[in-house]
Design a protein around this ligand. Structure first.
Ligand code: SF4
Length: 458
């Protein structure tokens, strides 16, 4: 679950045709993306493959010849949403039998047989290592359901150019798969073993993104800081990317706490383009539970890392992932998580109730002992504590200046714009003609636990 942890799984759902030319006589494709940033990046990759093969973009399901749901398998709820959406789309398919309806991504790998056997309106199931074959599989699906969910430990798609979604941030997938095998996580089984894209190819992608006008890049990987292409490690890569002209901000997600070297911390301190924000999944504050999760660090080592990061990177903002109700989690374990979160004082956190995922070690070997009602109570307790802490931290920004990359119109509040600070805070301010993808200085005048509010400083 390291969004691609794709430890972080905010419920991103993007529905679009990601930058392909619109309309025309060629077959038109519409993609909906579920799950983490890695899936958003994979959708851009799929669009690159489809564009090469002559497909064009549809802006609506109604205009599409092919509808793909690029899916996430991290949580059961994500899979349920996709199954519900497929059921909705089956009525479109009843009226237009020639419509190709496909499922790609992690859920395709996790539930391939179920999808084809139980949902007869699904024509195409394609796993994360088979996007190269999409045009061919779409062709085959016109007759019979087409399936390719093989894992390929050599597939890194390095020669393919993504069609990037419009926006202010370019996602660059620098490594795929995961070798950590946390006991609760399905990722290594649906995305395969870890492999890194050569640094030279990544730099080419970053330069293309800069030439396209992107000022911010986010380097993606399941355990992004374990990147190593044989010569270049993650710290080296950050340095190289920082030297690409035009790029002003570099983010990455998600690092694994056990792969945070001193060299990496020093590099972050030296390179001011690397944002002062880290999503650092902890999952639990109890050593007993961390061991059962096979997280390969203790709470003490994690806290030591937080100290080293904060002393090297003043003003660092931190977020995390937490699972409550892991099998065997006692009240005292939960209290340890609460205490660790009070100690670290994260800027924000993604907090979840444990739910067993078929195919994982925890599902097979560790009975789910914590009653659902108790999981819910613990989740509500931890959310309430974090909301209070986030609000306190954010109110500390009032009166201070933040450099904000403008993302566009705010969803709420007429005439308001929204953007992100270096520390990944969402900042809302009067639009007053500011342009998307520019940097503005915003004086913070108010704050909630999720948002900073301000006005432009001239
Ligand atoms: S196995 Fe562990 S490190 Fe790997 S993606 Fe899952 S949660 Fe992250």
């Amino acid at each position: 679950m390291q969004l691609l942890d794709i430890e972080r799984q905010p419920d991103v759902t993007a529905a679009d045709g990601v930058g392909l030319p619109v309309s025309g006589a060629a077959r038109r494709v519409f993609v909906e993306t579920y799950g983490c940033q890695m899936n958003v990046s994979d959708t851009e990759l799929m669009m690159g493959v489809l564009k090469e093969a002559g497909f064009r973009r549809a802006l609506r399901v109604e205009d599409a010849d092919v509808v793909l749901l690029n899916t996430c398998a991290i949580r059961e709820r994500a899979e349920e949403r996709v199954v519900g959406r497929l059921s909705q789309l089956s009525s479109v398919k009843r009226m237009r039998p020639d419509l190709v309806l496909g499922v790609s991504g992690c859920m395709a790998k996790h539930l391939a047989e179920k999808l084809l056997n139980q949902l007869p309106y699904v024509d195409l199931v394609v796993g994360p290592d088979s996007y190269r074959r999409l045009p061919e599989l779409i062709g085959e699906a016109a007759g019979n359901p087409a399936l390719d969910v093989r894992l390929d430990r050599h597939e890194d798609y390095l020669d393919l150019d993504p069609v990037r979604q419009e926006g202010t941030n370019a996602w660059i997938t620098i490594m795929r798969g995961c070798d950590k095998f946390c006991t609760f996580c399905i990722v290594p089984y649906v995305r395969g073993r870890e492999r890194s894209v050569p640094a030279g190819d990544l730099l080419r992608q970053v330069r293309i993104a800069a030439a396209e006008g992107f000022r911010e890049v986010t380097l993606l990987g399941q355990t992004v800081n374990s990147y190593h292409d044989g010569e270049t490690d993650f710290a080296d890569l950050l340095k190289m990317v920082a030297h690409v002209e035009g790029i002003r901000r570099i983010r990455f997600t998600s690092p694994h706490p056990s792969d945070f070297s001193d060299k990496l911390i020093d590099t972050m301190a030296e390179e001011s383009k690397v944002c002062r924000f880290i999503h650092l999944p902890v999952q639990s504050g109890s050593d007993r539970v961390l061991k059962a999760m096979e997280r390969i660090y203790s709470s003490g080592r994690y806290l030591d890392l937080v100290d080293r990061l904060r002393s090297a990177l003043p003003g660092l903002c931190l977020s995390t992932d937490v699972i409550v109700g892991f099998p065997g989690e006692e009240d005292s374990d939960f209290e340890s998580t609460m205490a660790l979160m009070r100690h670290v004082r994260y800027d924000s956190a993604f907090m979840f109730k444990y739910s067993p995922r078929k195919g994982t070690v925890a599902f097979r070997e560790i009975p789910d002992t914590v009653p659902e009602a108790e999981k819910t109570r613990r989740l509500q307790t931890v959310i309430a504590q974090q909301t209070k802490i986030s609000g306190e931290i954010n109110r500390g920004y009032v009166g201070h200046l933040q450099e904000v990359l403008v993302e566009g119109d705010a969803r709420r509040g007429k005439g308001q714009a929204v953007g992100k600070s270096d520390g990944f805070k969402t900042v809302v301010f009067p639009k007053n003609g500011v342009r998307t993808n520019t940097f503005v200085d915003i004086r913070i005048t108010g704050a909630t636990s999720h948002t900073l509010i301000g006005r432009q400083e001239h």
